[in-house]
Design a protein around this ligand. Sequence first.
Ligand code: PMP
Ligand code: GLN
Length: 388
Amino acid sequence: MLIDYIWSMNIESKLGDIGTNIFSVMSGMARKYDAINLAQGFPNFDAPEALKALVRHYIDSGFNQYAPMLGIASLREAIAHKVDRLYQRKIRIDTEICITSGASEAIFTAILALVPKGSEVIVIEPCYDSYEPSIRLAGAKAISYALEGPDFEIDWQRLSDCISDKTSMIIVNTPHNPTGKILKPSDLEQLDTLTRNTSITILSDEVYEHLVFDGKKHLSLVGHDSLFERTIAVFSFGKTFHCTGWKVGYCIAPEAIMQEFIKVHQFNVFCVPHFIQHALADYLLQTGSYDGLSTFYQEKRDVFQDIMKKSRFKALQTEGSFFQIYDYSAISNQSDMEFSTWLTQTHGVACIPVSAFYQEAPDDRYVRFCFAKTEDTLRLAGNRLQEI
Ligand code: PMP
Ligand code: GLN
């Protein structure tokens, strides 16, 4: 039978003004123009052989059905051991930890669970692109506090001006994407003073916890007695073990916060791949599985920085993460999106325009390069960038 009418559905978009995210756009452009992808943040080298062997082993051993909703006990125990070792806190594995589908699910679930409709969440921009859409989907409003380059320091007085009686959450990210800045002890103290005796929760995005350079130390909010009372901290195995495509992470929070988190998590993903959890549990307990990562990535930063010294790009300081921001104002006055497109298409190196990390971006000339790449790739890209 012929359909003699066209029925067009009227879908009311919940994120009407939001298009495809910048990481997909720039990776797509890199593929199309066969450019070296220093845009999206992922390693171009493989996960450790020993970890992949464990994954194969646990698939073959039949761990292919649902895992427990919070994650398997041995993985939660291994994480608790790491948290005690690194941040001197004893986490209760039955009530204070949950294995998630990457840090992304932890962030989304935490916002849905903890941010009341009509409330406000303070985001420190530039910030990771999922925070603001998640806040909107929770029916709340993102209040942006914009940092300024080149040092991107937090001015806590200005941040406190953003707090109102509607503030339900503050989101922090250390080491920071895209600036590579880390929070200092004084930042934690200021955040504590601002939020103590309030009902504001803190979402602490610590996915780059193991990537801190120049002998500096990652300060986890989990390790701060007072801040931890109102914090949910999120982590990612993708960043730690070079397996971003597996999408496994976890979050840690005191019981009262975790109870609310789990109510949403159980209907969001319920659980994450069983065999990967077993592999991670074994691998985490192996000596050195995460200890050398800062040195490993610092060497990559330094290789890239050295080559880039001979270019007209100017490096901003990076203290951690996969990323470094470069100022290209000596090369071009184009907007950062135009410049990133031109660089990808004409010079075969893809990067991310820093304006993509703001709701209302300043008119700066900054792009972000990801140095989580092999030395060969960094040298090849660096040589192309030197010629500009
Ligand atoms: N937060 C930040 C700051 C990130 O850079 C990323 C990277 N993708 C995520 C969260 C999400 O991590 P995952 O891939 O584990 O979901
Ligand atoms: N975190 C990665 C980045 O900042 C990308 C994650 C994604 O592609 N959604 O580049």
